[in-house]
Design a protein. Structure first.
Length: 758
């Protein structure tokens, strides 16, 4: 597009009647269009600069007060484009602006600026028909009524227009005016046959409709088959989406199918690509003398790893000494970046996975086992390469000095949390004889751990000490035991040491002003804080929220202290946790609210988390003096995208883990229909009272089975409900229930209320 107008605003406003006539070419001769896109001027600029200028010309034209939407032919006349080459260039620019959602092509093929109340976002559906649209740059999603979804499908990229501004805590409402693209091409779900056709009930409950399957397209699926269905038609107001079954991957009654179903649903990679496996051939099985050159040798120090009994990817080890009132703590982390080079097939696949996935009794590792369980795992009795942080800490928990260095270690003992906890608590069955030479080391560790934890507590760090769900399965993946798993002193001391190392590394690189990937956690949303405060007020607990835009973590710490030992402690702890923002990865060091610290990163788990591996690479380049301007520019460019991707993969792993746990809980309770348990009320909706059992399994009492006159008792959501017979149900109340139903398709567990306990 070589011709355009130089003084665009002047020319557009030169004649007030421009575009008022349908025959726009009558007014073209009134414009003074200059040719300044000639070859002599273009050669000095890059192609990108030329394209951006041409985009600006079109946008400025459309911003003019006299502009009215034109078709392509009219724009070509208007800009005096003669050759096919120039017209194609204009068409390309218009296409680019459309793809950037800066302009809109109407249904009658006219081009116009995107209206200010119009946005492009991603649609999230609901089985009840309504949905939400997430738009980049907006803190809250837009609410879409069922009548305004334009049959958008879960995950669709859509164009929306605002219809009602949000007030009094309500979301802004919008209507979908166009589905731009479908992102979901297939679904995983349960096959339900009928006489002449079938349906797939999607596992993803955000998909509002079942998928219609013609009889001949069932691929041999039977009732209860877990299938993958390719979507052929996304449906409309009159018909459901339709598709064909392409694969039967299991059956809903097969315990082994749970993990496969979840993994496939989230598109989590299982098998490593061929080029990754080929690259493994160059990875050694042991550390050579050449690799150890130039590294600090820590092999003479007493060194231990402390992990779960079943862990095989051991990526952190500890050394500790004490002299002249100073603790010297060494946190030694597997040097994965020595083997996983940037841009290699191994690195690309690690980034693709983002994290290891821990799914009850199965692990889908970020790195192949030759690395995660082999040369990178800090196994006992063998030399291993590390990236180590050596910290000198005084008796008040202050870090006096530190060093980050490449090292080599040789672990004395591979310890587990259970044995170490028994040793430091002096349990009767502690394996004293087996580890008698290391007991002084463990005692010193506990001593320093308590100092560090107290120091962290003083500044306001929030410690959610809630039990996690532990599921034991048999060899057929069938759940045989579900219980609450509590943290013990051994898990806490390792946690304390890792947190300190992460803080020290983050602060070091923040002040060096080097591009880095941080772990950040923003302050809670004020609206959620208000809801939390109103809820717990019904328990006689006052929560200070004045000027909560600047609320301090100490206020949450005080709240958790107040409820300690109360019957509703676990419930309010969970409500408090839900009021928090989600931690994420980013390139800005904005601090970590939950830990009440200014500097934080993830440094200690490079075997199972890509962010740790990413910053190891930066640290090592810096240690070797290779972080020149070119490399700094490189990291500045890639880190924002890498951080965002790492955050997404972390959320995916968390959701997958929760789904597998839920499926195993349903499977477990399905074997216990009719059994009675004591539980605690954990929440309310208009339809349900939620009850959590002592084994952490949560189910729902449907109010329809409770009482015809069940009604909302208190205006505070999720706090109290009652009925007109005088029964009052509150968070934390103990109730006696019977298991009524456990449904894997709906992923629900239903309870029946027997009685409320005093």
């Amino acid at each position: 597009m070589k011709k355009h107008f130089d003084d665009k605003d002047k020319n557009i406003n030169k004649d007030k009647n421009i575009n008022k006539d349908k025959n726009i070419d009558k007014d073209i001769d009134k414009l003074n269009v200059e040719d300044d896109f000639d070859e002599e001027k273009d050669y000095e600029r890059s192609e990108e600069e030329i394209i951006e200028e041409r985009k600006g010309i079109i946008l400025n034209l459309m911003k003019g007060k006299e502009y009215k939407p034109m078709r392509f032919k009219e724009l070509s006349y208007f800009l005096m484009l003669q050759s096919d080459e120039d017209k194609q260039a204009l068409l390309d620019i218009l296409g680019m602006l459309e793809n950037e959602y800066k302009i809109l092509k109407t249904r009658n093929n006219r081009y116009m600026l995107m209206p200010g109340d119009t946005h492009v976002g991603v649609f999230t559906g609901n089985r009840k028909g309504f949905g939400f649209v997430t738009v980049e740059g907006f803190d809250e999603d837009f609410f879409i009524h069922a009548k305004d979804t334009a049959n958008a499908f879960e995950g669709d990229k859509v164009l929306i227009r605002e219809t009602k501004q949000g007030r009094d805590g309500n979301r802004t409402e919008a209507a979908v005016i166009r589905v731009i693209s479908h992102e979901i091409r297939n679904v995983i779900g349960i096959y339900e046959p009928s006489k002449d056709f079938g349906f797939v009930i999607p596992n993803n409950k955000k998909i509002a409709s079942d998928i219609f399957i013609p009889k001949e397209a069932g691929c041999g699926a039977v009732k209860g088959s877990i299938v993958i269905a390719d979507i052929k038609d996304y449906g409309d107001d009159k018909k459901s989406p339709s598709g064909v079954v392409t694969e039967v991957i299991g059956h809903i009654n097969d315990p082994a199918s749970d993990i496969v179903t979840v993994v496939r649903s989230y598109n989590i990679p299982i098998d490593f690509p061929e080029d990754v496996m080929k690259e493994l051939e160059r990875i050694p099985d042991s550390v050579s003398e050449e690799e150890m050159k130039g590294r600090k040798d820590f092999r003479k120090l007493d060194t231990v790893t402390i992990d779960g009994e079943d862990a095989k990817d051991l990526d952190d080890a500890i050394t500790l000494s004490y002299k002249d009132h100073i603790y010297t703590l060494g946190v030694h982390i597997a040097d994965v970046s020595n083997y996983v080079k940037e841009g290699s097939p191994l690195d690309k696949e690690a980034l693709n996975r983002g994290t290891s996935n821990y799914l009850v009794d199965s692990v889908i590792p970020m790195l192949p086992h030759k690395l995660s369980n082999g040369i990178c795992s800090l196994n006992a009795g063998v030399d291993r390469l590390t990236l180590s942080v050596i910290m000198e800490i005084d008796e008040k928990g202050k870090v006096l000095s530190h060093e980050i260095t490449e090292g080599v270690i040789n672990v004395n003992e591979r310890m587990n949390y259970t044995d170490v906890n028994k040793l430091i608590t002096r349990a009767e069955d502690a394996p004293v004889e087996r580890y008698k030479e290391l007991i002084p080391l463990f005692d010193r560790m506990q001593e320093l751990s308590r100092i560090i934890r107290e120091k962290r507590h003083e500044r306001g760090s929030i410690d959610f000490d809630m039990a996690e769900t532990e599921i034991k399965v048999d060899e057929n993946h069938k759940p045989i035991k579900i219980c609450a798993h509590d943290r013990n002193d051994a898990t806490k001391l390792i946690e304390d040491f890792m947190l300190m190392a992460n803080e020290v590394v983050a602060e070091d690189y923040y002040w060096q002003e080097i591009p880095f990937e941080y772990r950040t956690h923003e302050a809670p949303d004020p609206e959620k804080v208000d809801i939390l405060a109103a809820t717990i007020r019904n328990f006689g607990i006052y929560f200070k929220t004045a000027a909560h835009d600047n609320i301090h973590p100490k206020e949450f710490q005080k709240l958790l202290k107040k409820i300690e030992g109360e019957p509703y402690e676990d419930m309010i702890s969970k409500l408090t946790l839900r009021s928090m923002q989600q931690a994420r990865y980013g390139t800005e060091c904005t601090g970590h609210f939950g830990l009440a610290c200014k500097y934080y990163c993830h440094f200690t788990s490079p075997i199972r988390r890509y962010p740790d591996l990413q910053i190891h690479r930066i640290i090592k380049e810096n240690l070797h003096g290779k972080l020149n301007n070119e490399r700094i520019s490189h990291y500045s460019k890639i880190l924002p995208k890498v951080s965002a991707d790492n955050s997404f993969k972390e959320r995916r792993a968390d959701e997958a883990e929760r789904d597998v746990v839920r499926l195993k809980e349903i499977e477990y309770m399905a074997e216990r229909i009719g059994k009675e348990y004591v539980g605690v009320i954990s929440g309310f909706t208009q339809q349900n009272i939620f009850v959590e059992l002592e084994n952490t399994v949560e189910g729902a009492i449907n109010v329809a089975y409770l009482s015809d006159d069940f009604y909302r008792y208190n205006e505070v959501e999720m706090c109290m409900r009652g009925d007109r017979t005088g029964n009052l149900f509150s968070l934390g109340d103990k109730v006696y229930i019977k298991v009524r139903k456990a449904d894997k398709i709906e992923r629900t567990i239903d309870f029946e209320l027997i009685k409320k306990l005093q």
